[in-house]
Design a protein around this ligand. Structure first.
Ligand SMILES: *Cc1c(COP(=O)(O)O)cnc(C)c1O
Length: 224
């Protein structure tokens, strides 16, 4: 299967009015990304700043770049001038640092708060309690150069569909709760970033507005 065929198959499952496809291009070279771009894909996700930067420099400027991996404070300055959306904000401290760099770039950076929904200990993200605390904090209001545009989550790495469904429904509930009770000019629940190659169809049933799909488009990364 070619990249453009894979993209077509995935898009045929998505309601274009509800769910955007973010092509996760980590580990794949720029030529491969260009192939997807030439098939009409404009949103790409990377999980490492350095890799994102080297691709940003050589690829068309029309591409919208999404950072989806854990971000270190000292790397924000590189992506602040152009990043379209940071999906992986996992602490208030990081949000403050993003705000600082956004201000230097004269921008407002759209951010998603990453919520820990999986059973695994290793995944980053806010707990439900931390999330609700952060959303309501007075300190947040002072961060004029960031906008909270939604939530991101990763389900457990399991074959158990019931478990994955449960985790997606949990984050969807949180999303709707914040949307109905805590929206401000700065907090706008527009994007729910859930679903990867193995579970994007399930995620769509739980209201995903952005699926982050890599291997189902570009092939397995295992050999890399
Ligand atoms: C790698 C990655 C994806 C895509 O994973 P696939 O299984 O290849 O679709 C999605 N989200 C995050 C945060 C990732 O790191």
């Amino acid at each position: 299967m070619s990249i453009s065929e894979n993209l077509q198959i995935i898009r045929s499952f998505l309601d274009p009015y509800k769910t955007k496809l973010i092509a996760v291009s980590k580990t794949y070279p720029s030529e491969t990304i260009l192939e997807a771009y030439n098939s009409g894909q404009t949103d790409f996700g990377e999980n490492k700043v350095q890799e994102l930067m080297s691709k940003y420099e050589v690829l068309p400027k029309e591409i919208r770049w999404h950072l989806i991996g854990h971000l270190q404070s000292n790397k924000i300055k590189y992506i602040a001038p152009f990043i379209h959306l940071i999906h992986s904000v996992d602490s208030f401290k990081l949000l403050k640092e993003i705000n600082k760099e956004a201000e230097k770039s004269n921008r407002t950076i759209n951010c998603l708060l990453q919520v820990h929904i999986a059973q695994e200990e290793t995944k980053f993200g806010f707990s439900e309690e931390e999330l609700l605390h952060t959303i309501q904090s007075e300190e947040l209001k002072e961060l004029k150069n960031v906008r909270i545009s939604g939530l991101m989550g990763m389900a457990s790495n399991t074959e158990n569909e019931e478990q994955i469904k449960k985790e997606f429904q949990h984050i969807q509930k949180l999303f709707n709760k914040i949307k109905s009770s805590f929206q401000t000019d700065q907090i706008k629940m527009e994007e729910l970033s859930i679903g990867m190659s193995s579970d994007y169809k399930l995620a769509c049933k739980s209201g995903s507005t952005m699926v982050r799909v890599g291997s189902a488009i570009f092939g397995s990364r295992n050999y890399l």
